[in-house]
Design a protein around this ligand. Structure first.
Ligand SMILES: Cc1cc2nc3c(=O)[nH]c(=O)nc-3n(C[C@H](O)[C@H](O)[C@H](O)COP(=O)(O)O)c2cc1C
Length: 215
């Protein structure tokens, strides 16, 4: 059983690779593509899972895992219920951070910026590509609100299954959020906690500048 002594002694060294300024792509989106590709091809489960941090109107942060579904020069998109806690927080305060951790590669990436709702076309295209059960689930779940019991949820699933059959449309309060990043950090674990950290930030001309951060 885990106890605090066991926890305190839990550690391992990182020694797989290094990260040099000369090795990385000048475009952080392409650098991210290289690392995500390595994670997917390396067989990492849920390689596109990322923690999304948001901040509520009371100034308190909250975080949860979602799946990155699209990315490129146009931004980084995940899909959710707009009435959920994260949805409400992002509508009030669009600043967010996405965070990936790929333990087997000893890498983490943080991507920060502001988000906006994706177009209805993109949300619909993605929604209609989801399995039937997931589409029904999006209607049945008033995500982040309290429900009386599991039975209540199951009954809502049955209700929407009967209502829509195979033809489940995109709910009004469901869709994508797309981040336009202004900061990326690529982190590669190194020996003795002397890790490599490369920070990309935008200068006044809209060009990416790379700086090294102390580990
Ligand atoms: C691996 C994984 C992937 C997930 N993907 C999503 C997702 O893409 N969209 C989503 O809304 N919730 C997703 N969830 C559930 C969220 O973590 C979260 O519980 C839910 O969105 C409610 O968050 P909120 O109350 O903070 O808004 C995922 C959870 C896990 C563990």
């Amino acid at each position: 059983m885990v106890d605090n002594t066991k926890l305190a002694s839990l550690r391992h060294d990182f020694d797989r690779a290094g990260l040099r300024e000369t090795d990385v792509n000048a475009d952080p989106v392409e650098q991210f593509r290289t690392w995500l590709d390595a994670a997917i091809n390396g067989g990492i489960k849920d390689a596109n899972a990322m923690t999304v941090s948001t901040v509520g109107a009371d100034g308190r942060p909250s975080a949860r895992v979602v799946l990155l579904k699209y990315f490129g020069a146009e931004g980084f998109t995940f899909f959710t219920n707009y009435s959920s806690r994260k949805g409400r927080e992002l509508e009030a305060n669009p600043f967010a951070e996405f965070h990936f951790f790929w333990p087997d590669l000893e890498r983490q990436v943080s991507i920060a910026g502001s988000v906006a709702k994706a177009s209805r076309e993109l949300s619909e295209e993605y929604f209609l590509s989801r399995p039937l059960e997931s589409r029904i689930g999006a209607w049945a779940s008033e995500q982040s609100s309290e429900i009386a019991s599991r039975k209540t949820l199951d009954e809502r699933v049955e209700f929407y299954r009967d209502k829509f059959g195979e033809d489940v449309p995109l709910p009004d309060n469901w869709g994508g959020f797309t981040m336009t990043p202004d900061r990326f950090e690529f982190w590669q674990g190194r020996k003795s906690r002397l890790h490599d950290r490369l920070l990309y930030s935008l200068d006044g001309q809209g060009h990416w500048q790379i700086a090294r951060l102390s580990p």
